[in-house]
Design a protein around this ligand. Structure first.
Ligand SMILES: C[S@@+](CC[C@H](N)C(=O)[O-])C[C@H]1O[C@@H](n2cnc3c(N)ncnc32)[C@H](O)[C@@H]1O
Length: 471
């Protein structure tokens, strides 16, 4: 992508569409221009700043006439924070463009007739819907236009600005998680500033405070994990005590010492400072009765929008068409939540997932929820899901697969084709990789029902469930 030497401004263009990575799309003489923070129907003066052969990047220089789809963003950080790029678009329009994104991917990349796609299932909650947020401390504050760095600027706690790995946008109020999320972050920030605890410098690997993770659940439990760069008992103990005393609502208070060069903590051991070692999420049980309860430890994956997770799983159960006698495989099972959601409706459930801790949780949760018919295995899918595994665990009647954004490994797709399971339910958080995998599975499978679900209002992200039937 070449940066333009000469400034190109195109006046009075109408924004056509919304698409890839949450950018709006302007079509100009066969060229597509990706424009962030614009809404289809806006009339804008467009500044081009990067150009390739048949596409370009641009930005809104002047909003001449706002689209009828525009609304006032609720968040004061809108426009700089990369988190909720579609906040300026009516929620109904967001749903429309998500549905279109799924259809375009299925048709273009998957060569699938998506006309029977069911209308996207929207989220009843469009704010405060996340049960987990991760904030970063950085010694480099992202500066808004016209803002200047102070000589003794301590940095910021908030979110990374897109494509800038070392600078953090200070967040005063994020609308994605319910309180006391903002109160905890801001109080820890103020405490750290008052006590001169340095924010981390990711370029030079200096400083102390690195990350803050806040997780809540529908049972009212609250987990807080503070991630620091080194053992410093003289700083750590008073800081953790401050959080414990100031926020009695915290039911699990952890810290992690991360002296690595990167921010990932999946391979590190969380240390419990106070409270219990997990929080509990609950979800209605299929067919009624006591809700399912899931223990979530600091490293466990759990769908970040709990209410929508229930709707998503209900679609999965519907597409699985279970009668009661089936053997079901739940691939990429995480903490076994889908497996347990459907367990009452089949005779045997086999879950596979590569995070060992998640499998430990899955086993404990299944036992606590009263399921004796669930077996879980830890390992890489491409290596675990072999002919020998299928011989040992029984041929499945139904496979549910919910891979990460990258989709399924070629070998897993190949194995699914070999297994010839009558019915597959494919859950995806990335319609592009799902479409790619469905095109490969088309060698033996027809696509039946397709149901997009919105888990992340105000972002372009969309979840999609597809039913596959063996020909
Ligand atoms: C989108 S999550 C789905 C989790 C689960 N189905 C749920 O609803 O909570 C994808 C899961 O796949 C796991 N995973 C990613 N790559 C994997 C691999 N190669 N083999 C096995 N599991 C993998 C991740 O750890 C994650 O738990």
């Amino acid at each position: 992508m070449s940066r333009l030497k000469k400034e190109i401004i195109i006046y009075d263009v109408t924004v056509d569409d919304a698409g890839a990575e949450g950018n709006a799309i302007v079509r100009l003489d066969g060229m597509v221009v990706f424009v962030p923070f614009a809404v289809p129907g806006d009339v804008i003066d467009l500044k081009l700043f990067k150009k390739k052969k048949n596409y370009a990047e641009g930005r809104v220089l002047t909003l001449k006439k706002p689209s009828h789809l525009r609304v006032e963003p609720v968040c004061g950080h809108f426009g700089t924070c990369g988190g909720c790029k579609w906040q300026m678009m009516q929620y109904e329009a967001q749903l429309h463009y998500k549905q279109q994104q799924v259809r375009d991917n299925l048709e273009r990349l998957g060569h699938i007739d998506a006309t029977r796609m069911q209308p996207i299932c929207g989220s009843s909650r469009t704010l405060g819907y996340r049960n987990k947020l991760e904030f970063t401390f950085s010694n480099k504050r992202w500066l808004a236009a016209g803002d200047t760095r102070l000589a003794d600027d301590p940095g910021a706690v908030g979110f990374h600005v897109p494509q800038v790995f070392d600078k953090v946008l200070p967040i005063e109020w994020c609308h994605l998680q319910q309180e006391p999320s903002n109160a905890i972050r801001n109080a820890l920030r103020d405490y750290a500033l008052e006590h001169h605890l340095p924010f981390y410098d990711i370029r030079n690997h200096k400083g102390y405070l690195r990350n803050l993770v806040i997780r809540n659940s529908s049972t009212g439990e609250l987990m807080v994990i503070v991630i620091v760069a080194e053992e410093r008992p003289e700083w750590l103990s008073p800081m953790m005590e401050f959080l414990k005393v100031t926020f009695p609502a915290i039911t699990s208070l952890f810290y992690i010492v991360n002296s690595k060069l990167n921010d990932s903590y999946g391979d590190l051991q969380p240390q419990l400072y106070s409270g219990q070692g997990y929080i509990t999420e609950q979800m209605p049980r299929l067919g009624g009765g006591e809700p399912l309860r899931f223990r979530i430890n600091p490293k466990s994956f759990y769908q970040t929008n709990s209410e929508q997770a229930y709707k998503l799983y209900s679609v999965v159960a519907d597409f699985a068409e279970l009668k009661g006698g089936e053997t079901l495989y739940d691939l990429y099972t995480g903490t076994g939540t889908i497996a347990q959601f459907v367990a009452a409706r089949c005779s045997k459930v086999v879950g596979i997932e590569y995070v060992e801790e998640a499998i430990v949780d899955a086993r404990a949760n299944a036992a606590a929820n009263g399921f004796g018919n669930c077996t879980f295995y830890a390992g890489d899918m491409a290596k675990v899901l072999t002919d020998e595994f299928v011989d040992a665990n029984g041929r499945p009647d139904v496979v549910i697969t919910d891979p990460p954004r990258a989709g399924m490994h070629d070998k897993v797709v190949e194995q699914l084709l070999n297994m010839e399971t009558p019915r597959i339910v494919y859950v995806s958080c990335n319609p592009a990789t799902q479409a790619r995998d469905l095109a490969l599975l088309a060698a033996k499978y027809d696509v039946g029902r397709i149901q997009p679900v919105d888990m992340f209002p105000h972002t372009h992200h969309v979840e999609n469930v597809a039913e596959l039937l063996l020909r």
